[in-house]
Design a protein around this ligand. Sequence first.
Ligand code: LHQ
Length: 263
Amino acid sequence: MSESDTVLSALEDGVLRLMLNRPDKLNAFNEEMHRALRAGFERAHSDSDVRAVLLTGAGRGFSAGQDLGDRDPRKGGTPDLGHTIETFYNPLLRLIRSLEKPVVCAVNGVAAGAGANIAFACDITLAARSARFIQAFAKIGLVPDSGGTWSLPRLIGEARAKALALTAEPLDAETAANWGLIWRAVDDAALMEQATALSARLAAGPTKGFGMTKRAIQAAATNSLDEQLNLERDLQREAGRSADYAEGVAAFLEKRKPEFKGR
Ligand code: LHQ
């Protein structure tokens, strides 16, 4: 367990499971939950026992985004939402994207606003068939954040990105998967079992290579083909020197299961 009950944290089989835990508010983010989630991802960066992360939510929702009660303009003054983004959401997004370990996201229910875009920032996102994704910002006069204006057009193209962002229409999990916004929609009852098995499989894999693969694929968003080819050469050189590569080849040739250490 972490210091805060707003994010339940447990390390098992190399998988750090982070469960958003404000179920009565559909896991909307208040400052305490922000701090707890950030601490979880910081641990994932620094703790070599963590080989993969599984992010999910408690109760019937994944996350309804920012807790609007916490940023209520009726409470006097005009809240500085840029400050909230700068202090909490942007560092979180950077922690997820820069983590050189796989981040699996299991969307167990509605994901709205920043909650949806955090799910799209993870490396492999599964969703329960009953889950919905909502760019709720449009309903309250805001702009998609948490990388939404970056990830949506890249993942599904400008036409669909704009329609989702401007209408805030809920998108079901099956369509999100068909459009390429997430990896897979699975039966509700099977979600956690599948997400846990996938996370454990990744955590037992050559995670150093996985980290570099993640870095390379993300770099492609801004690299030219030449730059990307050079990056692949450099990363492959590094991967080729890893203990996991030596183990992987040895295990293949000896017809046995490899034992990867993430080094
Ligand atoms: C909530 C919330 C919520 C508080 C449900 N806050 N209580 C960044 C920077 C700074 C500021 C602003 O924002 C951002 C980024 C963002 O994320 S902006 C987008 C914020 N999120 C939304 O606008 C979504 C608001 N929620 C909804 O539209 C609905 O709750 C959805 C569609 C997510 C789910 O609908 P239902 O399944 O019908 O559930 P519900 O509405 O009955 O919610 C259940 C409870 O959760 C309820 O509390 P109550 O005490 O009445 O039972 C809601 O008030 C509470 N809740 N979202 N964001």
